[in-house]
Write a protein that binds this ligand. Sequence first.
Ligand SMILES: [Ca+2]
Ligand SMILES: [Ca+2]
Length: 370
Amino acid sequence: REVDLFGVDCFLLVSRIIIENARITIITTIIILAFVLGLYPVVETSQSASQSKYVAKRIDLCVWWAGETPATLLTNAAPIVSWFKMVPIPGGVFTMGTDDPGVPQDGEGPARKVHVKAFHMDKYEVSNTEFQRFVRATNHVTEAERFGDSFVFEGLLSEKVKSGITQAVAEAPWWLPVKGASWRHPEGPDSNITNRMDHPVLHISWNNAVSYCTWAGKRLPTEAEWEYACRGGLDNRLFPWGNKLLPKDQHYMNIWQGHFPYHNTAEDGYDSTAPVTAYPPNGYGLHNMVGNAWEWTADWWNIHHTVDEVENPTGVPTGKDKVKKGGSYMCHKSYCYRYRCAARSQNTPDSSASNLGFRCVADQLPDRVK
Ligand SMILES: [Ca+2]
Ligand SMILES: [Ca+2]
């Protein structure tokens, strides 16, 4: 049987998307309404001549939703949805790093001029909802799931899970390897993500992040792109909005308040992750660039940087660790003053943890989203 893009197949396939995600329901309704209303005058005025045009436009809509064939609807439609949550970052030159490093051993300095060409960036950290779409479409298994464990902050664990763990990280004893911890179960098997689908996906290795971005037709940002975007058009400031920790006496990011690692007062509203849409955006419209979840970048880790003016740097050619940026809900000035645009840290590409996520970038939007 031929696929009936005009009729029942289109209806069934769009219905699947509607059921899959309540947010898409709203978008779908708006698009369908606009579509129907927009075509109505054409049909009214010349019924016969417009008939083929009308059919063609309806098929266009279905193809737009479905990608090339209806059978791959979810595979193709899911990344398309994610493209609408990107913002343009204009090209320019900025001061990368700082001559006043908060954590000097991390190689935050020296301050140097870096040129970055224009690109698009996800407004938000990749959420559990988005990662779930990817997994449903591809059956991707994360490294945390394959290895059977991942690192979780002790303060978030139940007594039952904690009692079963004997080993810890010597220099950071608040990190515990938890069996069964993964993006679906961020604090181990007795936890789930049901009530935090709009929070950043966690326990995602660099390798997994690359798989997601590639599937979505995107890529991970270089460290230079990430830091340039973080600064939101401001020059040489600590945070995406300026130098004040609490502008207008308001919290602008999700970090740790209180005595780390014993007591989190959560004055910013969250003792763990916040929704990816939380807090005001920076000058480019990006949310949670600092705080909430750490974000992977494409670059290999290196702490020695040239002071020469460079264009679109991609880091050193090889290494052991990948650069992550922005800090997380666990960062406190006393031990992790890394919720600044210039700050940086590292992990091996197969590492995963309960405070580490990512977002993607793209050189340009695909034609069908422009
Ligand atoms: Ca917090
Ligand atoms: Ca972040």
